[in-house]
Design a protein around this ligand. Structure first.
Ligand code: PMP
Length: 412
């Protein structure tokens, strides 16, 4: 890995770190524009996975032998790396999860079931991923809470005046996405958090799409919970983290029961472990947890600001280039965006667009992006989405534009 100079990344060198990018699909060089679904993994992450399995595979924590101690040390090093990455005050505020979905379910099923009841109001937004809708609906069904939804405007911005109107003395919880996976909108989460706290509500921020693009400081932002997935951050799948304020996590009951989350078990009564282990029952994803610290290190070495500068260039270039295609309409034109372009084309189904692009070696995502209510808001069934990462180039965007002209030729 090599950084050439301040704020300018050497994309060619970066691309060499990602083995998967160097292949042909349908006879053409692969263009990977499905980064909002999952990013590719640098060699350092892949090597960390094989390094663990080849060198020190062992179960963690209770072992006293050499391999177990080595694995435990590497496993816990990731917790410290995530604490630093999020600027959390305490390392025990970092709970390993299987990802964003798992983290939200944990909070809904523990904090929610203990503290939210009949008539209590939970606020989410129209642009939530299904993983930040369904767990709250399930809770509302069980506990009789009321779900309220912040609307979005035609650009794909949350309507903050409407949010303020939704806040009442019954608002107990606000759960919103930092960055929309379908539109790219960056939400003003600091304002959202402060306003929720002013009425005494707790706040969860879904950071799935934020962590690879924006600096995250949970002490400055001040959410009660922050969740993300490693696989959208150049790390492995099946691994993520929940940050929670220590006093809030301490007040919550455990969720999954089993090994590791206990202090003492008798048939009469079980006492639970301290944070963070109280929420980590069973043998975790050890290799993936360990490999995650290499993903964070990778991002840190490149520098989030450099990554953001590169991606913003790609976003501007793509927005310009796509806008010049007749019959193409961008969905999601907020001022504050990450590098996601979602669009529809007159008379052509998004699935056909995806298939024809794939035939040219270009990987995009098509469909509702797990945001069906948002698609409904825009009166569409789905979009075609190209999402850019640190290894993408403007030449690849040119390939996308040529590909879309070909789609038009074939379909119209
Ligand atoms: N929230 C957002 C905004 C997302 O983009 C995603 C993944 N597409 C999720 C939540 C769910 O993440 P995971 O599938 O890794 O749990």
């Amino acid at each position: 890995m090599q950084v050439v100079s301040h704020e300018i990344l050497d994309t060619e060198a970066i691309r060499r770190d990602f083995p998967v990018l160097h292949q042909k699909v349908s006879g053409r060089d692969l263009v990977y524009f499905d980064n909002a679904a999952t990013t590719q993994k640098p060699k350092a992450v892949i090597d960390a996975l094989t390094g663990y399995y080849e060198g020190y595979n062992a179960n963690i924590h209770r072992g006293i032998h050499h391999l177990a101690e080595k694995a435990t040390g590497a496993f816990e090093a990731t917790r410290i790396a995530i604490q630093r990455f999020l600027n959390a005050a305490h390392v025990e505020e970092i709970i390993f999860t299987y990802g964003t979905t798992d983290g939200i379910n944990l909070v809904a099923q523990t904090y929610g079931r203990k503290f939210l009841g009949e008539g209590d109001e939970i606020i989410i937004s129209t642009m939530e991923h299904h993983s930040n809708i369904v767990p709250w609906q399930m809770l509302c069904e069980e506990r009789g809470c009321v779900l309220k939804v912040i609307p979005v405007d035609d650009n794909g911005d949350l309507i903050l005046e409407e949010y303020e109107k939704l806040l009442t003395d019954r608002t107990r919880f606000v759960s919103v996405v930092y960055v929309s996976n379908a539109l790219g909108t960056i939400n003003p989460v600091k304002t959202i958090i402060d306003k929720a706290h002013a009425v005494g509500a707790k706040v969860l921020i879904d950071g799935a799409q934020a962590t690879s693009h924006l600096d995250i400081d949970v002490q400055a932002l001040d959410p009660d919970f922050f969740v993300f997935s490693a696989h959208k951050l150049y790390g492995p799948t099946g691994m993520g983290a929940l940050y929670g304020k220590r006093e809030v996590l301490e007040a919550m009951p455990p969720w999954r029961g089993g090994g590791e989350m206990i202090k003492e078990v008798t048939f009469e009564k079980t006492t639970y472990n301290d944070l963070p282990y109280k929420f980590e029952a069973g043998t975790p994803n050890i290799a993936d947890v360990i490999a995650t610290q290499y993903a964070l290190e990778y991002v840190d070495t490149l520098g989030k600001k450099n990554i953001a500068a590169h991606e913003n260039q790609l976003l501007a270039y793509a927005t310009d280039a796509l806008s010049s295609i007749d019959g193409l309409r961008l969905v999601g034109t907020a001022k504050e965006k990450i590098s996601v372009v979602s669009f529809v084309m007159d008379g052509i189904h998004h699935q056909d667009i995806g298939v024809i692009l794939d035939q040219q070696g270009i990987a995009v995502r098509t469909g509702h992006h797990c945001t069906q209510p948002l698609m409904r808001r825009f009166g569409i069934a789905g979009t075609t989405r190209a999402s850019f990462a640190v290894y993408n180039t403007t030449e690849e965007i040119d390939r996308l534009v040529q590909g879309l002209h070909r789609v038009k030729k074939m379909m119209l």
